[in-house]
Design a protein around this ligand. Structure first.
Ligand code: PMT
Length: 403
């Protein structure tokens, strides 16, 4: 799976850096193209000459090459990579990654990387256990980074415990498994909706809601990373997909969203509707800004918007999977299950505004995935990126069972 893949191998300054040469050799043997990025301290443990000889490319370590004035672009590197692996990742590098302290080439490259990032921590037992390291690693997890857990055993200090960098063969296997799994939705067409809808009152005002699009965009990005052909019908948001393969269809109102979904749903295998669609729109739209004094507007008459997902549910054909979201504030499960059946959905993902960190605008969400047979899976609070993966895992097993 690694043949032809572009991998950035980030090496920070720990004794386990000696294993990075073996890791690099295995990546190259598997057919990957590897660019090594070293922190200044890493060069004390293993020489750039060794790493450039094994990779066939000059090692990048400084922002500038002093004698030529050449600038190394971390942004270009970040875009080039299919994966970034930081092995070994010391406590200090992990802390900088968690907090965005961009004081060396490895961290600036990490911050620019659009690819999945794998982190193989290596440090002494007590550093590994320290609350700050534990917190920093969990922050990296919340960013969607993959932590390759260190192994237990004798450490360089002769202490015995957790902190030994995972063996190079197992790191290569982790990436291989990732790329194998990441194509699990190849050949599938997925429609995702995200964001709010804006229902226009006049040229400056609208009825809308707090949806940021983060949940839907995370699902679209992860589905594309798994190889699906993704069309993302998005209401007005301030974000863009991270995965360039996602096709975005921008809409504003519920009616525009209905029209776009009507166009893409028939050829989709799966539809995941995370958009917070306004249930009502103004009966009348003014073409000029309503003046407080002159128009004396103190009431807006509303009309019901189309229920987009219900209309897709009516036209759903055999084999298609339709997933809704339910955003609730009370009697959550009954309301969600009612929507599941009323709108003819296969699955509904419940998030409740009563759970701190769940719902609109946050980077996290807490969901329960409810099925038609009355069963459900409850998940703890996670990053929206992790929630997207959980939902896609469930959909994949459902799809495999249905087809
Ligand atoms: O965008 P974020 O800030 O990341 O926030 C994410 C989210 C909270 C918006 C998302 O997790 C979520 O819960 N989305 C659904 C919000 C919602 O409108 O729920 P609902 O219970 O009102 O609607 C149920 C389902 O019907 C949803 O799939 C919705 O897309 C769909 N619907 C609703 C109304 C309508 N007129 N047409 C629809 O298709």
């Amino acid at each position: 799976m690694l043949k032809g893949k572009h991998i950035i191998l980030g090496i920070s300054g720990g004794i386990a850096a000696y294993k990075s040469a073996a890791l690099l050799r295995l990546f190259v043997k598997a057919g990957a193209e590897v660019q090594v990025v070293m922190t200044p301290n890493a060069k004390q443990f293993i020489t750039p000459v060794t790493m450039s000889a094994l990779s066939g490319k000059p090692v990048v370590s400084e922002f500038f090459t002093a004698n030529t004035g050449e600038w190394h672009s971390h942004v270009d590197l970040g875009l080039w990579a299919d994966a970034m692996v930081i092995a070994p990742a010391t406590a200090s590098t992990i802390a900088k990654m968690a907090n965005g302290v961009a004081d060396n080439m490895l961290i600036t490259t990490y911050l620019s990387a659009k690819s999945p990032v794998f982190v193989a921590p290596a440090m002494d037992l007590d550093m590994m256990r320290h609350p700050s390291t534990v917190r920093n690693i969990s922050m990296l997890r919340s960013y969607g980074n993959h932590i390759i857990e260190p192994a237990e055993g004798e450490l360089a200090s002769h202490l015995v415990g957790k902190g030994r960098m995972e063996e190079p063969e197992n790191i290569v296997k982790a990436l291989d498994d990732f790329f194998r799994a990441s194509k699990s939705l190849a050949g599938k067409k997925i429609l995702v909706t995200a964001g709010p809808t804006y229902e226009k009152i006049d040229p400056v005002r609208f009825i809308g809601n707090y949806s940021s699009g983060k949940m839907g965009y995370a699902i679209a990005d992860h589905a594309a990373a798994r190889g699906a052909e993704v069309t993302l019908v998005s209401g007005p948001v301030a974000i863009v997909p991270e995965n360039p393969a996602v096709k975005v269809v921008s809409v504003e109102s519920a009616r525009e969203m209905l029209e776009a979904c009507g166009k893409y749903f028939p050829s989709s295998d799966i539809a995941i509707m995370t958009a917070a669609v306004a249930d009502y729109a103004p009966a009348e739209t003014y073409d000029h800004k309503i003046k407080r004094e002159k128009d004396g507007l103190d009431q807006i008459s509303l009309v019901k918007n189309p229920d987009i997902i219900a209309s897709l549910g009516e036209h759903k054909r055999d084999g298609q999977i339709l997933i809704g979201f339910a955003l609730e504030t009370d009697d959550e499960f009954n309301n969600a299950v009612d929507k599941l059946h009323r709108k003819n959905l296969d699955i509904i993902v419940l998030n409740s505004l009563r759970n701190p960190g769940a719902g609109f605008r946050t980077d996290t969400n807490q969901v329960s995935i409810c099925f038609r047979d009355g069963s459900r899976k409850d998940y703890p609070l996670k990053s929206k990126s992790e929630v997207a993966d959980d939902i896609l895992d469930v959909i994949e097993s459902k799809y495999a069972a249905n087809n």
